[in-house]
Design a protein around this ligand. Structure first.
Ligand SMILES: O=P(O)(O)O[C@H]1O[C@H](CO)[C@@H](O)[C@H]1O
Ligand SMILES: O=c1cc[nH]c(=O)[nH]1
Length: 248
């Protein structure tokens, strides 16, 4: 019996166990440059998928769309078809002045300021990555000589309320390094379902700068942000390659 999934429109993809998860479906075109034998698999709503090989290892790339709700659906359905390891490669806005444009944040925990993760379980449950996979991202970044920060992210649902500046300042003061919308749901669902997760974020907004302007520049192809995107893809792929060797 086929276990074709309702939203991602995939069933077991030849035993692929590893997936990298951008938010934006367009980022799939960038990821495919680093894979061989690429196959376009499905494109339903914001959920676009390809498979390909990196260093001989089969990998899926599946876009999650924006926010915890959409990400939760993608993560659950990928888990249903046997994917055990998922690395988000997203963009974020910095909450710390040290973090430049295109710099990477390897997330070691997320503030659960989203709705989806709270629907699963009370917010005292921690949103944390798999320890070994996070360590893998650090080792991969070092191996590739890519500069990175490790620290917390805050995942949110709102963009245009009247309180965004105040909220960002609050979390910046608590030591959170960046804002995104999906990491908390990924980590929470991963923890509950036994999926190994990590999140790598490419900074597209300097702390204190206009968020919409930064995101607009990213969409227009800003060079530093594009380099950050290349770097996060390479770190994710290399992490998976190293991880599969450890498992062998
Ligand atoms: O670039 P992606 O991965 O979509 O991530 C970030 O960008 C979107 C907002 O611009 C949100 O999805 C946020 O988490
Ligand atoms: O504040 C921000 C900036 C970029 N991306 C986000 O999700 N949030």
């Amino acid at each position: 019996m086929s276990n074709l999934q309702a939203h991602i429109r995939l069933s077991e993809v030849d035993g692929a166990k590893y997936a990298i998860l951008p938010g934006d479906p367009r980022r799939i075109d960038h990821i495919r440059e680093f894979l061989t034998d690429v196959k376009e698999l499905a494109y339903n709503r914001e959920l676009r998928s390809i498979s390909g090989y990196y260093k001989g290892l089969k990998i899926l790339a599946v876009s999650t769309g924006m926010g915890g709700a959409s990400t939760g659906i993608a993560v659950e359905e990928l888990h249903n078809i046997g994917v055990e390891t998922m690395i988000r490669i997203g963009s974020c806005g910095a909450l710390d002045k040290r973090i430049g444009l295109g710099a990477l944040l390897l997330v070691n925990g997320a503030v659960r300021d989203d709705g989806a993760s709270k629907t699963y379980i009370d917010s005292i449950y921690p949103a944390i990555p798999d320890t070994r996979l996070l360590t893998g991202t650090i080792l991969a970044a070092e191996k590739l000589s890519i500069r990175y920060f490790t620290g917390m992210a805050r995942s949110h649902d709102s963009f245009y309320t009247d309180r965004e500046e105040e909220i960002c300042e609050y979390w910046a003061k608590k030591g959170v390094l960046g804002s995104d919308m999906e990491t908390a749901a990924l980590f929470t669902i991963g923890g509950l379902r036994g999926i190994r997760t990590a999140s790598i974020l490419n900074n597209v907004v300097l702390y204190g700068n206009d968020v919409e302007a930064g995101i607009g520049r990213y969409a227009d192809g800003d060079e530093l942000m594009r380099q950050g995107e290349t770097n996060e893809i390479l770190v994710a792929l290399e992490t998976i390659a190293m991880e599969s060797k450890n498992e062998a």
